[in-house]
Design a protein around this ligand. Sequence first.
Ligand code: PSU
Ligand code: MN
Length: 306
Amino acid sequence: MIPIAYSAEVAKARAEGQPIVALESTIITHGMPYPQNVETAELVEQDVRDHNAVPATIAVMDGVLHIGLEPETLRSLGQASDVAKLSRADMAACIASGGTGATTVAATMIGAHLAGISVFATGGIGGVHKGAETTFDISADLHELAQTPVTVVAAGAKAILDLEKTFEVLETLGVPVIAFGQDVLPAFWSATSDLPAPLRMDTADAIAKAQIMRGAMGLKGGQLVCNPIPADAEIPAAELAPVITQALQEAEEQGVAAKAVTPFLLGRIFELTAGKSLTANIALVRNNARLAAKIANAMKVEALSA
Ligand code: PSU
Ligand code: MN
């Protein structure tokens, strides 16, 4: 038996068949500094509610898989310092040993699927790191998208990555990559990039229909929806490029590796932009939460008419 605890709000939504949107917890513990991490998590949950869905922030606490966190639990997680960063490889071990850990995109997809939730909002997925041809640092998020049937709404892959290689791997793995409302892929802090979108969709309904068809055809896996950051919040790619280069160089000099890479880079970019990157990150996560809530509602309508 898997020890699962639903928040009161999520338990009620499950009983009443309301649309639910999964949210991850690594962005809270490893992706943003305190107190903005907690403030953002609360705002994102409220964005989901304001768009007629119920938020389910996922984390492992003392060996229990939590689907939805009570407000005080979310606040204490946001202030805890030695929380593990869980992915597919270590999630089960953490639960089995009574541990506590925040869930990455991969682990949140696993938790969401176990709870019957098919839509999930985050900031940006992990992917192929620059220099992966020597380090082999490729996020487990990509393989998860290929096998777990959850639609993930992100602002693309984080721009600290090798975006071209990331999207190549997703194509190889058979993951539908959908740009929302535009012909090019967004690049996390920037609304556009020079990478053409493999698929484009303009409505939540079209995204829901595509995921349901995937399931009906017996095709494994989810979809990646790349939702551009709102124009008034974006940081132009040219402005960020030197900052990203500097952060990457420092990571290499300091021998930062494995799970520490992404949190280190996000933290340094926050410092080097005097907080501007965080403001943009918050805006894009909230934007993704709103779209995810619309997709969750559309999934419900489609499921009823199927
Ligand atoms: N989105 C954000 N900030 C983050 C993340 C996503 O805006 O910190 C997290 C997610 O949990 C994602 C992880 O799964 O970064 C990628 O980590 P890695 O590169 O080590 O796979
Ligand atoms: Mn990695």
